[in-house]
Design a protein around this ligand. Sequence first.
Ligand code: ARG
Length: 474
Amino acid sequence: MSGHDAMHEDPVHETPPTDTLAARGVVAGRFASGLHPALDAINRCFEVDRRMWREDIEGSLAHARMLGSTGIIEPEAAERIIAGLRQVAEEFEQGHFVDRPDDEDIHMAVERRLTELIGEDGRRLHTGRSRNDQVATDLRLYLRAASERLVAGVQRVQQRLRVLAGRDGECVMPYYTHLQRAQPVLLGHVLYAYVDMLEQARVDLARTPRECPLGAGAGTGTSFPIDREQTARELGFERPAPNSIEAVASRHDATMTVAAMASCAVALSRLGADLVLWCSREFGFARLGDAVSTGSSIMPQKRNPDGAELLRAKATVVSGALQRLLEIQRALPIGYCKDLQEDKPAVFEAEDTLLQMLAIAEAMLGDIAFDGQRMRAAVEEPGGYVLATEVADWLVKRGVSFREAHAAVGLLVREAEARGVDLASLPDDVLAAAHPRLDGSVRAELSVDAAVAARAAVGGTAAANLRRRLAEDA
Ligand code: ARG
């Protein structure tokens, strides 16, 4: 458009173009001049919201049917609008839709094309609604569709984790706190921690908008005898939003969905952090397959876990989108404000990024080998003292208070460290010196397998629990 060229003029002498009146599109009546190109550039969002074309047309179809069935427009006009909208949908579906510079957003683009196709009737579609309730409806419909995609992606990652837990889950490895070896744990228990974290995000992602904004108009409702129950029902909502202002001004549903996305991204980021550690030479617990590993341009030996690293970094994009969405709403007075147009880039970016993350997580978990020997060696390495809690528990089971036991075992660890041996190698007299109740029979319980098996209470790492989870999920 000519406005585009005008942007490159000397700004001092720039005058707002008068030949872009067409860019005013359907609101041209109010204005004597065309839109300043700078305003057009910042205001136009068709490239972003065109991805809601399905939802926009779905909402318009429901609206048109309602306008016809209530007699607000002639039923025949409604039929022509419906047929025209289907044609527009077909053009989007086939990739044939041609936008025009004056298509400010998806709503105007669809209506403009509809009117080209069916003539004057197209101009009746906007009766009794506003783009404010329209966009709020589109977005809530879009969130529902996005939720389905995301839930499916999460489930695929969960499935990979379960498969690994079934295959290698009984490998014993160190559980870390503060990234220091703490206690023995089964790999399957760790993998299920991620299954469960993702499950919490999945439940929240599955939450979909319940109230339909359509019919709220610009924000105070409409003077036409519309049937909001009908459109809400037809669009799959539980009910019409009961307050027209809230309906157009709230982005609560988007916020909740993006919050669930952010929480999911954070879980994947932590999985990425573990994969990076596990695949390091230092840990040596896991090896990613060739297709999900990268090389270095200089060091021929390198085998880098880029996918796992990017899980960490991409999570910031998703959590950043949540932050943007909250901040967009934070200082707004009630009622629709154009700021709200910027909600969609945040939602879409969060969705795209999370889908990418889910895909790479799924791919990596589908092509990873664990080294059970390395894991066991790490947990059995004598200097780790991961069985110290077992000794303390042994004393407690013989009537000693936990605090007293803790102190006694602390002394034992210090002594063992000084001698460079593990706890089970300490002689009887050293045991007795640390605590009078302690004797050599404790050694029978000092194995990582016994420590794991002992944690059989609900939620503990015992193999029996893992097997139960796997059986439940089979
Ligand atoms: N493109 C706008 C958005 O995404 C649609 C609503 C515009 N409403 C208005 N009064 N200008 O928010």
